[in-house]
Ligand binder design. Structure first.
Ligand code: 6PG
Length: 239
C-alpha cells in the first residue's frame, strides 16, 4: 500500500505503475492486456496516460478491456467506455481492434455478458502462455464493492466457470443494470491495482485491506502475482 497526498499524486504513481507493467509484459510477449476501471477515480489517470505518459506506452501492443460496464449507450456520461474514450482512447494511437468494450449497446445484458465472455476466451486462446490480463485496474466503493461485484452478491456464490456476468446493482448504484468481470476473470490477471481516493472510502479500505472482510468482493481479488493499493491520504484507513 502506498499513500499519496492527493488524487493528482496518486494518479501519477498509477501512470508509472501502468507504464512499468506494460514494459514488463511486452518484454515477455508482444502484448499488454490492461483492464480499465470505471467510476470517477481513474479519470485523472487516463488523462495522464493520454498526456505526459503517452509516449511511454507501446500502444501498438496494448489491448484494453473493461472490468465492468453500465448497460447504457456509450455516449451517456455513466458509460465507463465513454469516459475512457473521452479521456484516453481518442487521444492515443491504440488500434481500434485492440479496444474491447463490453458490448452493452448491441445486446440485452445476459447476451452481452455471453458475447464478452466468448471474446475473452478467444483472446485467451491467442496467448496461451502467461496470464489473461497483465494488469487489472480497480476502484473500491464505499460499501466494499469493486467492478460491479457488490457485497449483496455473495461473491463466493459466483459460478467459478463464468468470466462475465450481467448484474443488477443495489438501488443506491444507478444505472443498476451492469456487466462485470467475475472474480474468476479478475483473478486470471498477473497483477491488480486498486486506486482509491476520498474519505468516504476509508472504512471500506480498512475492512478490505486491513481486516480482509470475506463478505466484501474486493477482499477476494487474488490475481496470480500481487495486489497493490494506491490511496490518497483521505482514504487511507484510520490508524
Ligand atoms: C463502476 C466501477 C466501480 C467503481 C467504484 C468506485 O463502474 O462504478 O467499476 O467499481 O470503481 O464504484 O467509484 P469511484 O471511483 O467513482 O469512487
Amino acid at each position: 500500500m502506498r499513500v499519496f497526498p492527493d488524487l493528482e499524486a496518486l494518479s501519477h504513481a498509477a501512470a508509472e505503475a501502468v507504464v512499468h507493467a506494460a514494459e514488463e509484459a511486452v518484454a515477455e510477449r508482444p502484448r499488454f492486456a490492461l483492464v480499465l476501471a470505471g467510476g470517477s477515480t481513474p479519470r485523472r489517470l487516463y488523462e495522464l496516460l493520454a498526456g505526459p505518459y503517452r509516449d511511454r506506452l507501446p500502444w501498438a501492443q496494448v489491448h484494453v478491456f473493461w472490468g465492468d460496464e453500465r448497460c447504457v449507450p456509450f455516449e451517456v456520461p455513466a458509460s465507463n467506455y465513454g469516459m475512457a474514450r473521452e479521456t484516453l482512447l481518442r487521444h492515443v494511437p491504440l488500434p481500434e481492434e485492440q479496444i474491447h468494450p463490453m458490448p452493452v449497446e448491441g445486446y440485452p445484458p445476459e447476451q452481452a455478458a455471453a458475447a464478452y465472455e466468448e471474446l475473452l476466451h478467444t483472446f485467451a486462446a491467442t496467448r496461451p502462455e502467461g496470464p489473461l490480463f497483465d494488469l487489472v485496474l480497480l476502484g473500491l466503493g464505499a460499501d466494499g464493492h469493486t467492478a460491479s461485484l457488490f457485497p449483496e452478491d455473495a461473491p463466493h456464490l459466483a459460478p467459478k466457470d463464468r468470466w462475465v456476468q450481467a448484474v443488477t446493482a443495489p438501488p443506491r448504484h444507478v444505472p443498476r443494470e451492469r456487466l462485470t468481470l467475475t472474480l474468476s476473470a479478475l483473478n486470471e490477471a498477473r497483477d491488480a491495482l486498486f486506486l482509491v481516493a476520498g474519505a468516504e472510502k476509508r472504512e471500506a479500505v480498512r475492512a478490505v485491506y486491513h481486516d480482509a472482510d470475506a463478505a466484501l468482493p474486493a477482499t477476494h481479488v487474488h490475481p496470480q502475482r500481487r495486489v497493490r493499493w494506491l490511496l490518497d491520504e483521505a482514504a487511507s484507513a484510520l490508524e
